[in-house]
Write a protein that binds this ligand. Structure first.
Ligand SMILES: Nc1nc2c(c(=O)[nH]1)N[C@H]1C(S)=C(S)[C@@H](COP(=O)(O)OP(=O)(O)OC[C@H]3O[C@@H](n4cnc5c(N)ncnc54)[C@H](O)[C@@H]3O)O[C@H]1N2
Ligand code: MOO
Length: 395
């Protein structure tokens, strides 16, 4: 049985970002940059006014000074030249005209006919946004591995970048197995359960930037399982839920083998999720998730999503854990790193405090529904006291 860290290293070993494609900026949110993106222009691209008012020469302006207004400069409009004793009306965003070195804001003026009288003085440079004070043409605005967040997209769009190179989206194929599975909306039947893994795994994968194709649920039958796996192996990641344990109706491992998927490991020292299986065929990463709903969620969050992030080209692929502390004593009930279903409540100091729910178990979707995620008690830690620092997996 592998420890979690070692298992994750084995999953991530050798994963390369997928081949890049070029996408238009408005469709690139959340994607990862494959090649450096550079500013096409300076930002601001030219000296421009931050205020509505009058473009002036600072030396001409003092309280009571009157200037002749020689034009009206709109953002994006024509420009002109300011000679001594003159001013031009100017709107926020317009280019500073030649000869002017500052802007007298409209609140500090009185206007009469084609003259403006100042009620204040101005310093040279007042209310001018200088060319290049933010970004210079050629600056690197995004580098390989950077996620195209909304702030980054704002910078790229302003700097004249229209398209970006990004690894293509990972294609994830999902198969749920189990003769007991009922689809949502079906009438209850004896011995059957409502299927929840596909919904949850799909949501986690989509949130991390993967494209999911789901096959219809597969009964516990070797040939059906094998055929579904063969079809799913066309994807970048194949996820099979259920049937990876040791029961007589657990056909997934033999079906992987029959399809030529090479096992990298089976079983990880985690609870829930111990019988998690991982292997590869060619470049396809193959995960056998234990069928219990919480095992499938944990396995997806801590193994599948990091692999997906690596395929997407992200620089930081580790599971997104946050530091927190236990609100009450808790710990692993055996020698596995244990994911305790927990309410996560911020304390006065802002740190999230984990309150494990009374019901714990890999089938406890009701308890999960009341929670915000998991507190992680490492194997070998024994019972941890209230206040112990723990990693948290928020959902
Ligand atoms: N003798 C042993 N039995 C089991 C062991 C073991 O070490 N020795 N491990 C247990 C652990 S831990 C887990 S986890 C499960 C994993 O079993 P499988 O991956 O084979 O999963 P199934 O048996 O197919 O399902 C387990 C459980 O989850 C329910 N299930 C399955 N699919 C779904 C779904 N899509 N949505 C909701 N619920 C699902 C299924 O009905 C079962 O109740 O094995 C233990 N056994
Ligand atoms: O390890 Mo299993 O995933 O507890 O139920």
């Amino acid at each position: 049985m592998k420890d979690f860290d070692e298992a994750l290293e084995l999953v991530l070993a050798g994963i390369e970002p997928l081949p890049a494609e070029t996408v238009a900026l408005p469709t690139a949110e959340g994607r990862v940059v494959a090649a450096e993106a550079h500013a096409a222009i300076d930002l601001p691209p030219f000296d421009r006014t931050a205020m509505d008012g009058f473009a002036v020469r600072a030396e001409d302006v003092s309280p009571g000074a009157t200037l002749r207004v020689i034009g009206d400069l709109a953002a994006g409009g024509d420009t002109l030249s300011i000679a001594p004793g003159t001013a031009a009306r100017i709107s926020t965003g317009a280019a500073i005209p030649e000869g002017a070195d500052s802007v007298l804001k409209v609140e500090d003026t009185t206007v009469e006919g084609d003259t403006v009288t100042s009620t204040a003085s101005v310093k040279s440079g007042l209310h001018i946004r200088r060319r290049g004070e933010d970004v210079h043409a050629g600056d690197v605005l995004a580098k390989p591995g950077d996620v195209l967040t909304i702030p980054r997209l704002s910078a790229l769009a302003s700097a004249g970048v229209a398209t970006v190179s990004v690894p293509r989206r990972p294609r994830v194929s999902l198969i749920v197995t189990g003769s007991e599975l009922l689809p949502p909306g079906a009438p209850p039947e004896p011995g059957k359960i409502y299927e929840s893994n596909s919904l949850v795994v799909t949501a986690l994968v989509r949130a991390a930037g993967g494209e999911v194709t789901q096959q219809p649920p597969i009964p516990d039958d070797f040939e059906a399982t094998k055929a579904a796996i063969e079809a799913g192996l066309q994807s970048d990641i194949l996820i099979v839920s259920g049937g990876v344990s040791v029961g007589p109706h657990d056909h997934v491992k033999p079906a992987f083998e029959a399809c030529g998927v090479e096992e990298v490991f089976w079983r990880v020292r985690i609870k829930p999720g111990k019988p998690l299986w991982f292997g590869r065929r060619g470049k396809t990463l193959v995960f056998g998730l234990p069928g219990n709903p919480l095992s499938a969620i944990v396995g997806t969050a801590i193994f599948v999503i990091p692999a997906l992030r690596a395929l997407r080209g992200e620089a930081n692929v580790q599971p997104r854990l946050v530091k927190g502390r236990l609100g009450e004593p808790a710990g692993p009930s055996d020698n596995r790193t244990t994911f305790l279903i927990s309410k996560l409540v911020p304390a006065d100091d802002g740190v999230l405090v984990a309150w494990p729910t009374e019901r714990q178990g890999s089938h406890m979707t009701g308890a999960l529904g009341e929670s915000d995620g998991f507190a992680i008690a490492p194997h070998g830690s024994g019972s941890l006291p209230a206040g112990a620092e723990v990693d948290l997996l928020r959902l």
